[in-house]
Design a protein around this ligand. Structure first.
Ligand code: SAH
Ligand code: SF4
Ligand code: F3S
Length: 447
């Protein structure tokens, strides 16, 4: 069979960076004459783009690939890509006879040749220029994510990412901007820039992340810009200042705190204290009073005592986050934390997890209730998946707003009055039936 007839199926696990990589891989394979299969059964190559951040993510991806085993009888190749490939390396082929290809995130450029060559092969390790400069058309959506850095050298004690993604490398601004211009021409209006720590974008060069954001704002058609993630250890004042000065930047800061105990933060090698963290929150709120601040918390880190956990709960209440992602500590091979004895039982992790979620439920609701009765500009971002005849917009603070509206308003910024507030979203009604601006109009002072 010629490769023109060969089909691939990709299933993606993990973070937005993996989603982005999968889209690029798809574009690369299409460019090389492969085509997409709708179901794994119809594919010649079944690809899982895996995640290693927690054991549960690995288990899910592995279970998916294992269930595809019988298809190998008819010649289907089973390919394990992504972070697990780099973490476990060529050993995966030895241990799991049903795997044909193992390929890490820094080796995707070579994937078409790897597939063509056939046989059981493994390609893992680091690479200075891993960025796949092939564009993927947006899937009829107004929003797109773009990776701007690869890798991470921060070595937070619990985290596997430095081992899976390798050294930090920044994608040149020219190629990022070219891609965004291309996406804008295709109708994308909202861009989210991705990096494990965007603060480190351009490290050792003339450029920095704040300048990149400003350049993105000057691209015609881009109405909203977001970014994730920013590390509290080195967030620059200049970046915080942009919440005040950049009209199209979402006023949303995802600032992972991980713990409210200085002792645990030090063990985690996070390089900040709770006091420093709170100062950043204050500054962000000075720049934009209602800024949406979200965070990540890990419960049950080795050595986390009840008193450390209580400090985390107090910090959460004091800071009053808009929302939180709470994770139970998962022991990851090769990380410094994996050498420490786990001291928190899984039942206790579960309890701590539940406790934080319930504290956050009421804080999130009351943060959202502050929007009641306000008339705000809302970016009409997507159709509601649940409610027919409704769109889901975003406030400038990146809060979802459910609004009754026809699809013709998609992509516009319209004024809505917030009529209801829930734990995870707001509901509103449109104030102006007349369109405020056309999506296709290039950059003007809209916000
Ligand atoms: N680069 C980002 C985070 C990437 S991982 C940052 O530094 O903020 C996303 C989140 O997963 C982390 O913020 C952390 O809360 C969680 N996480 C990472 N490793 C984990 C582990 N071993 N167990 C549980 N949660 C983990
Ligand atoms: Fe992991 Fe820390 Fe790097 Fe984030 S900054 S990816 S938590 S090592
Ligand atoms: Fe992302 Fe998971 Fe890798 S969170 S960077 S896909 S380990």
């Amino acid at each position: 069979m010629s490769k023109q007839n060969k089909r691939f199926y990709i299933k993606t696990y993990g973070c937005q960076m993996n989603d982005y990589d999968s889209a690029k891989l798809e574009a690369l394979l299409l460019k090389h004459g492969y085509s997409r299969a709708e179901e794994p059964e119809d594919a010649d190559y079944i690809i899982a783009n895996t995640c290693s951040v927690r054991k549960s993510a690995e288990d899910r991806a592995f279970a998916f690939l294992s269930t595809q085993k019988p298809l190998r009888k008819k010649g289907t190749k089973i390919c394990l890509l992504g972070c697990m490939a780099n973490l476990y390396g060529p050993d995966l082929l030895k241990k799991h006879r049903f795997l044909d290809i193992v390929c890490g995130p820094n080796n995707y450029k070579d994937l078409p040749e790897i597939l063509e060559k056939g046989g059981r092969q493994s390609f893992t390790g680091d690479c200075a220029d891993p960025f796949l400069e092939v564009f993927h058309p947006p899937d009829s959506s107004l929003s797109a994510c773009i990776t701007v850095t690869k890798g991470c050298e921060n070595f937070c004690s619990y985290c596997v990412v430095p081992f899976t993604r390798g050294k930090l490398a920044s994608r040149p601004p020219e190629t990022i901007l070219k891609e965004i211009e291309w996406l804008s021409e295709k109708g994308v209006r909202e861009i989210t820039l991705l990096g494990q720590n965007v603060n480190e974008y351009g490290r050792g060069t003339e450029t920095d992340f704040s300048s990149l954001l400003e350049k993105v704002q000057s691209i015609g058609g881009i109405t909203r810009i977001g970014f994730t993630t920013s590390h509290p250890k080195d967030i620059p004042e200049k970046l915080i200042g942009l919440f005040k000065t950049m009209p199209r930047l979402y006023k949303h800061l995802h600032l992972p705190m991980q713990s409210g105990s200085d002792r645990i933060l030090a063990l985690m090698n996070r390089k900040y204290t709770l006091e420093k963290y709170m100062r950043i929150v204050d500054k962000a709120r000075e720049a934009f009073q209602d800024i949406n601040i979200t965070s990540d918390i890990i419960v049950g880190y080795p050595g986390e005592k009840k008193s450390d956990f209580d400090e985390t709960c107090r910090a959460i209440e004091k800071i009053s986050f808009d929302d939180l992602f709470v994770f139970k500590y998962s022991n990851r091979p090769g990380t410094p934390a994996s050498m420490m004895k786990e001291t928190v039982s899984s039942d206790e992790k579960e309890n701590r997890h539940k406790t934080i979620l319930s504290i956050q439920d009421s804080i999130s609701l009351s943060r959202n209730e502050r929007y009641l009765g306000k008339k705000l500009p809302v970016f009409m971002r997507s159709a509601s998946g649940k409610k027919k005849g409704f769109l889901v917009g975003r406030t400038i603070t990146n809060k979802p707003v459910l609004i009754k509206s026809g699809g013709e308003n998609l992509g516009l910024v319209m004024t809505a009055e917030i009529t209801k507030a829930f734990r995870r979203y707001l509901a509103g009604v449109l104030c102006d039936v007349n369109r405020q601006e056309k999506v296709s109009s290039p950059s003007r002072g809209q916000n």
